[in-house]
Write a protein that binds this ligand. Sequence first.
Ligand code: PMP
Length: 314
Amino acid sequence: MNPEKTIWMDGQFVPWDKAQVHVMTHSLHYGSAVFEGIRSYVTPTGVAIFRLHDHLRRLFDSARIYGLEIDYSLHELRSVCHQLLTVNGLDSAYFRPLVYLGGGQLSPVGDQCKVHVSIAAIRLGAYLGEDGLANGIDVGVSSWQRVAPNTVPTGAKATGNYLTSRLVGREARRHGYAEGLVLSADGLLSEGAAENLFLVRDGVIFTPGDSDSILGGITRHSVIELARAAGLEVRQQSLPREWLYTADEIFLTGTAAEVTPVRSVDRTAVGSGKPGPVTRQLSAQFMGLFSGQTTDSWGWLDHVEVCHDHKIAV
Ligand code: PMP
C-alpha cells in the first residue's frame, strides 16, 4: 500500500502519516469497527464511483447492527469520497470508510466511547492478480468455517469478521492456493475469504443465499442483475460442498476481486480448467460498465468531477 496525501478523519483531511489512533482504541482491542471497500473507475464519461450509495448504505446498516451512531449523513460521506479523489489526485481508486470506537472505556460494551469515522482512498490493482482475473485462480476449501449465524453476524461488514478471513487466506496461501473457500458452520458452501461464490451448471447460475453466512456482496448483487438482464437463470440457495467438484464453471465476486474465474478447487479442475462462457460473459458485462460497453441501466455509476489542481489546506 502506497501512502496517498490525505485521509479524511472525523471531518478533516489529515496528512497520511498523521492519520493515527490511540493504542487504547476500543475497536483495536475488540474488533468493534465496521467498514466498506468501494472502487472508482475511469469511464468514457469521466471518473465514477461504483454503487457508492449502496456501499454507504451497507456501512450504515453494519453500524446500526452494532449500535454505532454515525454523526454524518450518507450524503456527507458520499461527498467526502468525491473530494478524496480530488485532494489525492486519484481517479481509479479503492475507498476504505471505517467507523470505529475510540478509547475511554475498557469494557467490550464500549457505549461510552466516541464513534469515529474515517475514509481513506488508495490505488489498488487486480486484488487476486491480473493473471488470475484473466485465466482463473486455484482455490482450496478451508479447514476453517464461517462464524455461525447466532454468533457474529456475517451480514454486517465488521472488522472482527476478518479474523476468519485471515486464517482462511493464510492457510490457502500455505497450500499454494490463491484464495480459500469457506463452508458455513453447517458444512454448506458459503463464500471466499473476501469474495462471494458463484457456480454454473448446465447454464444455470447458483450462489449461496443470505442465510448461508455470507456478506451480501454488492458485486454479487450486480452480477445477479446483469445475468438476469441477459436472460440467464440465477438461483440463490444453499449448496452442498460436492457441487464444487461437478460445476461447469466457478467464479468469485467482490469489489476488490471484481469477477475472478476459478480454474481449480482442491486441485480438481473446474470444467475445462479455463474460464467458461458464462463467467467470461458476466465478467465482460461487469467490466463493460466501466468501459462503456455495458449500459448502466441501474444508475450504478456515481460520476465525480475530479480536479487535479485543487489545493486543500491540511
Ligand atoms: N464476502 C466477504 C467476506 C467480503 O469481505 C467481501 C468484500 N467486501 C465480499 C463478500 C464481496 O462484497 P462486495 O461485492 O460488496 O465487495
